[in-house]
Design a protein around this ligand. Structure first.
Ligand code: B12
Ligand code: SF4
Length: 434
């Protein structure tokens, strides 16, 4: 049986240098499938969807709200040709009802240990319109290594430099921040994978650079310290979300290869200034993530915040505007207050204003969003800042003896698609060596 698994394209953030990372959800989903299922993976951000072919089942994996309309469009076209389409992934969970109108089947929740029944139903021509496992999560121990062999590795380079591979060592998040859907998606329970399994996955992957996509590395000190100790001998480098603000943890994280973190900068306090400095003291870079348009944000406040960012020596900054994604507190509040004026999901890429801000017009907030990008990168542009961050990792790799020359001429190349079987093993991940 062959599944064509599609990751629909979306509009990247205007202002940010465009980059593409190997999509994690589809590769983890593919790993949950039985080994004899062929998977052809299409990352539509990088290649066209071929609508005329021989797949038995079409799977659509949607991570972001801004992907859903395109996902539905693709499904409608396949279904009009008589193909069966099943949806899964984060934004399928956030847009379940609407998605059902475009699907033969909608899968909600985590696929491990659950997808076998779905395939059985499909093969018996009894596919159900809805499989809801949102409140019935599989044991975390059965999460296996992502099936990275589904990727066309040639795609995931930026200016000839190999991008990071994504991996997660835990699921869930015990926090519940205002603009975030994770509490709804993964529950409030922190669910760490057994450390040996996560570490083995990292050791097997054919890349020494990772993005640990765990929601937050600030949830359990002991687990973090144990994980970092095990990572040290692997000599890998990784970026991640926030790391616990604790000297022992930061020290071990740095030894384990922490290269830079995405750290929310939400005010101009000394605490934030010191927090950034503490990362830098351990040699960990910081990409600030800055959300604009909260209810206490005036024009004056936003401009002061940007001046502050320039003072605190951030390595990079990513600006977004508040987007009230479904199943967040922001959505509930702004809906109640009738302040959301667009539910065109294409606009929900966190770079467009879709609601009435409290202290200014939507147009003004939109201008301030561009002002933020332009001002932050005025004296040193994004490419140069990105280059510096990249240089720091190559220097580390040189010193550890793990650097491999990876430049390739990707211009005007055409890529052949691959169909692969089975999960990632040492053998087949090696066959994808670049
Ligand atoms: C990694 C990540 C990213 C990476 C993605 C890289 C990549 N190529 O994969 C990057 C950094 C690019 C990213 C960017 C953004 N992200 Co993000 N990101 C995440 C994060 C932390 C993890 C996603 C993940 O990989 N999960 C692990 C995988 C294994 O889980 P999964 O996809 O659910 O897959 C499982 C199942 O769903 C199922 N499944 C998956 N696919 C399929 C398909 C089928 C057919 C089936 C049956 C099942 C199935 O099987 C899998 C195994 O069980 C999530 C938070 C979270 N915890 O989910 C936010 C999240 C998805 N991001 C979010 C946001 C807001 C953004 C940004 C818009 C803004 C920002 N700064 O965060 C930007 C995008 C900007 C832009 N316009 O370009 C929001 C989504 C909001 C929304 N509704 O759109 C989330 C939910 C976090 C939050 N704050 O609420 N992100
Ligand atoms: S923003 Fe990060 S820390 Fe806060 S709830 Fe979401 S995943 Fe957890």
């Amino acid at each position: 049986m062959k599944i064509k698994l599609i990751y629909p394209r979306w509009n990247k953030l205007e202002g940010q240098t465009t980059f593409n990372l190997p999509p994690h959800g589809p590769a983890v989903f593919a790993a949950a499938l039985p080994d004899d299922i062929e998977v052809e993976f299409i990352d539509e951000n990088l290649e066209e969807v071929n609508f005329s072919d021989d797949a038995d089942l079409i799977g659509i994996s949607m991570m972001l709200t801004t992907q859903v309309k395109r996902g539905w469009e693709i499904a409608d076209r396949f279904r009009s040709m008589g193909k069966k389409v099943i949806f899964g992934g984060i934004s399928t969970m956030l847009h379940a009802e609407e998605t059902m109108a475009h699907a033969d089947s909608v899968f909600l929740g985590e696929a491990e240990g659950r997808i076998e029944q779905v395939l059985k139903d499909f093969n018996n021509n009894e596919l159900k319109p809805l499989y809801n496992y949102m409140n019935d999560r599989p044991p975390i121990e059965i999460v296996g290594p992502a099936r990275r062999s589904i990727y066309n590795r040639d795609f995931y380079y930026h200016k000839g430099v190999q991008m990071v591979d994504l991996v997660h060592a835990s699921r869930g998040c015990k926090f519940n921040c205002y603009p975030c859907a994770v509490a709804y998606l993964g529950g409030r329970e922190f669910r760490p994978r057994p450390i040996d399994k996560a570490v083995e996955e990292i050791a097997l992957a054919d890349n020494k650079r990772f993005f640990l996509v765990d929601n937050s590395l600030a949830q359990d000190k002991k687990w973090l310290m144990d994980l970092f100790k095990e990572l040290i001998p692997l000599k890998v480098s990784w970026c991640s979300h926030t790391i616990m603000d604790d000297p022992d943890v930061l020290d071990l994280a740095a030894q384990a290869g922490s290269w830079y973190v995405y750290q929310a900068v939400f005010d101009t306090s000394d605490y934030i200034k010191e927090r950034i400095k503490r990362y830098h003291d351990y040699g960990i870079g910081v990409e600030g993530t800055i959300l604009l348009g909260l209810d206490d944000h005036t024009e004056d406040y936003i401009k002061r915040l940007i001046d502050f960012l320039l003072e605190i020596d951030l390595d990079l900054a990513e600006f977004t505007v508040l987007a009230p994604f479904p199943h967040t507190k922001a959505w509930d509040d702004l809906r109640k207050q009738k302040r959301i004026f667009s539910t065109d999901w294409d606009d929900y890429n966190a770079g467009k204003v879709v609601y009435q801000p409290k202290h200014m017009t939507p147009e003004h907030l939109q201008e301030l969003y561009f002002y933020a990008w332009d001002t932050f990168y005025k004296d040193e542009n994004q490419s140069l800042k990105m280059y510096k961050l990249l240089r720091s990792v190559t220097e580390r790799e040189y010193s550890l003896g793990t650097y491999r020359h990876r430049r390739r001429d990707l211009v005007n190349r055409s890529f052949s698609k691959k169909i692969v079987r089975g999960g990632d093993t040492k053998e087949n991940s090696a066959s994808n060596r670049v």
